[in-house]
Design a protein around this ligand. Structure first.
Ligand SMILES: [Zn+2]
Ligand SMILES: [Zn+2]
Length: 165
């Protein structure tokens, strides 16, 4: 898969750059990135951490985006972004995070979620997903989109916890 970033430390640092990458991917795939979709994507990309659904709605309300955006419109924009693999939804914390390789197709990935600082790392490892898929199919189960959410403490928070004082 070309354009797939395999570095788990690679976060979305530059929101503008990320939105441009999604714009390019939309052009290539014949998708329409409307101003509202673009705006919602930008808010998620700007957030340092996974953005909770209610925080997102707050930001939309305060941000004065294009026109007045009602929550159902925001949810429709999110559906589009999710369906096309530009963002991921973390079910266990009801939050959204920008995908760090927006040029690739929709994909399943394990996420490592820190319960202390709420950082989320996308663990890009095809083998995990493939082996889960194979085991499910062996049981006659047809898996669809899956987001594996692994909770725990990130490296930085583990270090802080271990430090005396
Ligand atoms: Zn991703
Ligand atoms: Zn942490």
């Amino acid at each position: 898969m070309p354009g797939v970033c395999t570095d788990p430390k690679h976060h979305v640092h530059d929101a503008e750059e990320f939105v441009s990458a999604v714009e390019a991917a939309c052009r290539k795939r014949g998708l329409r990135l409307t101003p509202i979709r673009n705006y919602v994507l930008g808010l998620i990309a700007e957030a340092e951490r996974p953005l909770k659904a209610y925080d997102l709605l707050d930001r939309v309300r305060e941000g004065g985006g294009p026109g007045s955006i009602a929550p159902p419109t925001v949810y429709r924009a999110l559906d589009f972004l999710l369906a096309n693999g530009f963002i991921h939804r973390l079910e266990s914390i009801n939050a959204f995070v920008a995908c760090h390789h927006p040029s690739s197709r929709p994909h399943s990935v394990p996420f490592l979620i820190c319960d202390n600082c709420h950082d989320a790392t996308e663990l890009e490892d095809e083998r995990v997903v493939q082996s889960l898929d194979a085991r499910a199919r062996a049981l006659g189960f047809t898996p669809q989109a899956q987001t594996l959410e692994v909770h725990g403490l990130c490296a930085a928070c583990s270090r802080a916890e271990a430090a005396p004082g």
